[in-house]
Design a protein around this ligand. Structure first.
Ligand SMILES: Nc1ncnc2c1ncn2[C@@H]1O[C@H](COP(=O)(O)OP(=O)(O)O)[C@@H](O)[C@H]1O
Ligand SMILES: [Mg+2]
Length: 350
């Protein structure tokens, strides 16, 4: 097994830069998710690792070996393509052993490996079936077995669940995670779905316009986003624009001063950030916490929680799920209340 290092890789197509200079280390056995909106460069990064695309500059290392100039079949990277790209005219067995035949594996060795792969993804009974007769989840497993057949050192998965319905997606998530752990294989998983990335990955790299904006655990990104883009992309968030002053205080556009967690904050901050569930509404100004006057815009019952949307004096729309535990508030639209949150849960971000 091996880790992966991307050393200052960059890719441009003509004068358009699809991936800006990126350096990244993925440890042996780690599952890294690249998360970002469509067109941000996720697939291009995977294709550079697999060898389908040459970087404009920089290097790709697999297990400390520079593979930048090696062709696809010499890289020891297996890829599950978006939409699987199974060969429709080949059976499950033929799909799985396709690459091994091209690499001219010895017949006996190939047969043994094929059986091993069919058992691994529990498709022994479907060996002679054609892809179109299989369910989405089964096709997914064929694609996985095909990618893993040549004993790759790195597994690359490009939006592997995008063709599945919601329920199957959730099932396949834990299944793929199980297969990945069992094989102990270094994996890079591309998705635009934040919940999927959070559920499956050891670390997540959030991408925006060809760049990885932040990389960390799901919890890091959720509680300590480094930018407004990351804050917005991972879950619901509250942002209040303004600027940091010299005395560790943030001044909002409505001229309120707010306290924040200095240790976690960015230098050139332009907004205060906190999560809706970390804030609460009160009738009166609260002491020793950030507390700003707001007007109730709407509220929605979401089963276990009620989500209140309020607007502050600068016109920021903010969300909260909580009412003060100390006084009974019968919330009505148009009501004037205070929104409160603790300085330690609040960071100033770029
Ligand atoms: N072969 C190519 N030629 C020109 N532009 C490309 C090519 N491949 C990708 N791009 C562009 O690069 C950007 C990133 O693409 P891609 O990596 O596929 O994004 P993602 O997988 O995040 O949706 C897109 O704007 C896309 O149109
Ligand atoms: Mg893509």
């Amino acid at each position: 097994m091996a880790g992966v290092i991307l050393d200052k890789i960059m890719k441009s197509f003509g004068d358009f830069t699809a991936v800006q200079e990126t350096s990244l280390e993925i440890s042996e056995g780690e599952l890294l998710a690249l998360l970002g909106p469509s067109g941000c460069g996720k697939t291009t990064i995977l294709r550079m690792i697999a060898g389908f695309v040459n970087p404009t500059s920089g290097s790709v290392l697999i297990g400390n070996k520079n593979v930048t100039n090696l062709p696809v079949h010499k890289r020891k990277a297996g890829m599950v393509f978006q939409g699987y790209a199974l060969f429709p005219h080949l059976t499950v067995s033929q799909n799985i052993s396709f690459g091994l035949k091209i690499l001219k594996w010895d017949k006996k060795k190939l047969e043994a490996r094929l059986i091993e792969m069919l058992q691994w993804v529990r498709l022994e009974k479907y060996a002679d079936h054609y892809p179109k007769t299989l369910s989405g989840g089964q096709q997914q497993r064929v694609a996985l077995a095909r990618a893993m057949a040549n004993r790759p050192e790195v597994l690359l998965l490009d939006e592997p669940f995008s063709a599945l319905d919601a329920k199957l997606r959730t099932e396949m998530r834990s299944e793929i995670r199980g297969f990945q752990k069992e094989a102990g294989i270094t994996s890079i998983f591309v998705t635009h779905d934040q919940e999927e990335a959070m559920a499956i990955a050891d670390r997540i790299g959030v991408m925006n316009q060809g760049q990885i904006e932040q990389i960390g655990s799901a919890q890091d990104l959720y509680l300590r986003p480094a930018s407004k883009f990351v804050a917005n992309f991972i879950g619901k968030c509250n942002l209040i624009a303004g600027k940091k002053t010299q005395i560790n205080t943030f001044i909002t556009l409505a001229n309120q001063s707010l306290q924040f967690n200095e240790k976690l904050s960015s230098i050139n901050a332009t907004a205060i950030f906190f999560r809706p569930e970390q804030s609460w509404l009160t009738l009166k100004l609260a002491e020793n916490v950030n507390s700003i006057p707001v007007t109730v815009k709407s509220y929605v019952y979401l089963g276990p929680i009620i989500e209140y949307e309020v607007v502050d004096q600068a016109g920021n729309r903010l969300l909260t799920n909580n009412l003060s535990p100390n006084n009974l508030i019968l919330v009505e639209i148009g009501m004037s209340l205070y929104l409160n949150w603790q300085a330690e849960n609040c960071i100033a971000i770029k």
